[in-house]
Each structure stands twice: as structure tokens, then as C-alpha cells.
Design a protein around this ligand. Sequence first.
Ligand SMILES: Cc1ncc(COP(=O)(O)O)c(C=O)c1O
Length: 397
Amino acid sequence: MSALMSSYGRLPVTISHGEGVWLWDTDGKRYLDGHGGIAVCALGHANQALAQAIAEQASQLLHCSNYYHIPVQEQLGEKLCQIADMDSVFFCNSGAEANEASIKIARLHGHKHGIENPAIVVMENAFHGRTLATLTATGNRKIQAGFEPLVPGFVRAPFADIEALERIAATHRNIVGVMFEPVQGEGGVMPAQQGYLSAVRELCNQQNWLMIVDEVQTGIGRTGKWFAHQHENIKPDVMAVAKALGGGVPIGACLASGAAADLIQPGSHGTTFGGNPLACRAGLTVIDEIEKGQLVERAGVLGTRIIEALKKRFDHAPEVVSVRGKGLMIGIELANPCGALAVQAAEAGLLLTVTADNVVRILPPYIMTDQEADELVEKLSGVISHFLGQSGDAVPA
Ligand SMILES: Cc1ncc(COP(=O)(O)O)c(C=O)c1O
């Protein structure tokens, strides 16, 4: 009997250690890491620069609290503002907390403009985290069930539908912002169509709404730009980042620009661990390693290579609805639920996740060689073909 709460349905695998894009279990079996700890391990495993920086920081100062100045937090804040072209940062410890900060900033924005019951537009099939406010913002009843009463102040819209947002603008006087993922992750790897973000930006300008992007999964280079919104020539007012930023050390960040950058004032928000020296040193090192290795561009190139190869394999397979994604955020939607495929993939030495019931999702590290990317395609194609074969659907080779 485990002492742990039963929050997770775990695969029958116990990971012992890793190197690059490879992981080993406690029996010595090797796995190709196709999901990078759910989009966290951008640099793969056992990156030496990151390990050294963490060790060095640990022997110098792990934590001192935000009662004092923390130079490495200042440095990471400046670096993030530079790559994101934003003006200020609040550091926290996870994606959900970064989104909580976004939500609080939106409410401050509303109150500043005389809106007493501010509401934020959020999307169907969105995922923003597991705190009460972020699970309310999440567009998935399964995640909300049992935790009612939910938090007031959210209005739901279909994803990537600008007319729906315009209708909400016409019928609601209390909207203060619109919050969404540029590519929905947990919702099934759904990129918004090109042009949507620019249209949202324009509407937010017209309505005095904050444009709030959740880049927790898409950020820090995963889609082939530092941030996925940079695929369009726009800037959000507020952005949440986490996951890959620490390369495995927990850290989240909420960035803001323009008037939104000054809404948080002393005493209005905070957290004990947020931006501590260890997490910030990890964040700085991750960004530095990504820059040195030109890994943002590399994520884009690798993504195209993998997506094209998978499309070639599966475009004519009747049970494959689509192969889609941006950079190294890739989904293969099957016609039927395929949860069992994650176990079969692990048996075949490949780690991946299945999301939205029927979307096989890969989120690999950016440091893969071409050969490793091709191996990933081979293994993945084999596992999917085998799975579809079992369910009675032949897949053309
Ligand atoms: C888009 C998005 N937002 C928020 C979160 C929540 O992040 P965390 O699990 O670090 O709280 C996730 C996690 O998967 C995510 O994908």
C-alpha cells in the first residue's frame, strides 16, 4: 500500500536516470523520451551545464525569501523580458500559479477601470491548471467535477473563433480579458489558425481587454519561437510561463507589458518560494543553453521533420484523423480512444502521453539528433500501426 494519494494513474515503469533524450528504468531498460516530463525537459536529461549551475548555486545559496534583493532573480527577469519583449515579471513555482497571477492581474485591471464584477473569457477544451481558479478556467468538466462551487468570473467561448469573442463583447459589459493557449495542449494539441492571435489583439485593443496567453506548455522555444504568440507579430498584455523554464527545477513566471506591468503592487501578491536563487539560476542556465545551441530554431526544424514523416506514414490511414502541431508539440489524433497506447509504447521503449482520450502526444527534448528524431518516428509509427492493427484497422506502410 502506497502512502501517496491516488492522484495519478501511473504506468508500470520506474525511472532511474537519464541522459540526453534517453531514460533508463530500474531494470536497466532504455526508453526514448518522447514527452520530456510533459514539456519540461527541453535540454533532455543530465545536461551538464544545468547540473553544474544547480550544484554551484546549492553550495552558495538555495533560498533567502523575497524580503531581500535576489540578483539572479533580477537577471532572469531581465532576460525573460528581453526574449518576450515584455516589461515585468512575477516569479512563482508552477504553471497553475503563473495563470493565477494572470487572473489576478486581469481582475486588478477591471477594478482599476470601475468594473466591480470582472469576468475573463476562457476557451472550450482549455487547460490552465488545478487550483480552484485555474480549474474553473479549464474547459473540461472532468477536471472540475467534485470541486464545486467553482470560482465566478469566467465566460466560456469556443476556441479560435473570433466571431464568438465579438458576440461576447457585444453582450457583456464586464469582460476584462481573454485568456487562452496559442496551441491547446491537454485539449488535444490544437493550434489556433494563423491570424487568430492578431484578431484577438485587435479586439482586446478596441475593448480595453487584457490579452492573456497561457504559454506554460508552448513557451521557452517549444514551437520554434521563444513563445508561440511570436508566430504572429503581436504582443500580449499578460503571459504565463513555466514547465521548460527550469528544465526540471520547479519555476513559473507571469510576465506583463504596458499598463498591466504595474498592476501588482507591494503586498498585493506573493509566494514564499517564487523566484528563489536555485530556481532562477536553473532558469538562466536553461535559457543560456537554448541560446548557445540555437535550440529554438532547432525545435522548429525537428518538429517539421517529425510531423512531415508522420504525415507521410499516416495521411491515408483511415483511423488517423490528423497529424498536427507546431515545432516539438505534436499530436496524432486517432478516430477512437487510445489510452492503452501509452502502455504499449512504454513496452516498446518509447515514452509518450495520450491526451483528450484519442490524441497521441509527443513533447520531446529539443536536443535530439536527426537520427534520434527518425528513431522516434520509427518507434511511434510502429506502436500506432500495431495498436490500430489490434483494433482491426490496417495501416498502409
Ligand atoms: C497550458 C497549461 N497551462 C497550465 C498548466 C499547469 O501547469 P502546472 O502543472 O505546472 O501547474 C499546464 C500543465 O500541463 C498547461 O499545459
